[in-house]
Design a protein around this ligand. Sequence first.
Ligand SMILES: [Zn+2]
Length: 551
Amino acid sequence: MPPLIMKKVISSVMMLLLICGIAQSQRATFDRQDTLRGSITSERIWWDLTHYDLNIKVDPSEKFISGYNIVMYKVLDTSQSMQIDLQEPMKITKIMEAGKEITFTTEGHVHLLQLQKPQKVGETNKVTIYYEGNPTISPRPPWSGGFTWKKDKAGNDFIATSCQGDGASMWWPCKDHMYDEPENMSISITTPKHLMDVSNGRLKGVDKNKDGTKTYHWYVDNPINNYGVNINIADYAHFSEVYDGEKGKLDCDYYVLKENLEKAKVQFKDTRRMLTAFEHWFGPYPFYEDGFKLVEVPYLGMEHQSSVTYGNGYQNGYSGTDLSGTGWGMKFDFIIVHEAGHEWFANSITNIDIADMWIHEGFTAYSENLFLDYHYGKQASSEYVIGTRARIANDAPIIGTYNVNSAGSSDMYYKGANIIHMLRQIVNDDEKWRMILRGMNETFYHQTVTTEQIEDYLSEQIGQDLQPFFDQYLRDTRIPTFEYLIKGDQLKYRWTNCNRMFDMPVRIVAGGEALWVSPKPQWKVATLKTADAKIVVDKNFYVSSFNIAGE
Ligand SMILES: [Zn+2]
């Protein structure tokens, strides 16, 4: 999702933009519902999702939805008790298994199904969950989950869902944990006949129903995150193009309000620039089978898989502002670039636990820099990422609390981007760095991963034990200080304000001489070419520096 930027009036003439935490982050206490939601419970672990067949009728006049989800799964271990999540106020009306209705017990948002059919290891079985209700209306989409019910200028309904963090079980019954994804998914949405639904994947057909409604059948031919699934309903205009990409022809489809069609045809040209830059740096777009879509919605935007949602007002920047304060942020449409970056980092490479959400937001915030790097050069990219440091709070670690559905600090965005930018400095070979990023997208293609897997991959590829580096920047809030003292041609230096094992090489300029040093928390000494040199630490490193002589 995009970072949440709150506008605060500081004085009568000055506006300051502040990044605030993502929804539900930084909670101190957790309850049993958080554990049931956020952990791989014994009622979840024994079955592996293979397919969802989600069918929903949307009634805009009553803000009401009803339907069913067929959950298909492979039995990994015998059990008769299955956990399905569906949050209040949505209600399960009936659950069917092999033609018979089965019973279930409910504890808050969690439902335990008592399966009747023997669950034999290796078999693929299914249950069908019927449900209905008036889903939660999101007070602040996309940072809080739920439905958004708006109207376009012509008075037509303009409806969308978003649910990252709060969970897909806000509006449809599912196994609401990141670790398990279906191999593919059908999404069939029924709307009033003058409206259209755009969901994920490809449109396979439209039924005209006898009651005057229409049903749009979408099919996703790839694994998909729960929160990536979405409904977007409007009186849409449609245009399309074909992009010649690394894996062949990629269908790009655009759905926008009719009133914005001409603006969209101009602004959405950033899609091609995005694809060119990201395929260069990260490898092929990860969902050619499903195509790429931009879909206009009544909120800022979201990385819904293969149907990225867009509400940035057909202007460059983030709602028309530059998050870096350098001017470079106005060179592109933030929502097209950021949300599409998530196709690689969030939708293809997905965190198993939302505590590791920096894998989504850190790499995607960094992708903004690489977009600039590709189109405007390395200097632009550096200035941008350094500019975004003003948004880092260092209020809490980037990694959240595991097994309770709790994300870490919103520093996962721009501190995350600066961490990755430093890794590029350490590699000090841009072509090698590009191969590392492309290799990461191959190694973890369409997988759910932990932070440890990403750390191990990067340590191995870079050829250095980066554990102390990651512990410092992901699990600590202190920013290391390069502390030094010059005596003649002798430079004494060390890292302070860091963990005991912290170890990171850094590029400095000493009296015009550029050199690499490898400080540790213990003092080291280097001999410089000139006496009494002035020391400057390369700004590409997110560290501070301190001359203990006070000069
Ligand atoms: Zn994001």
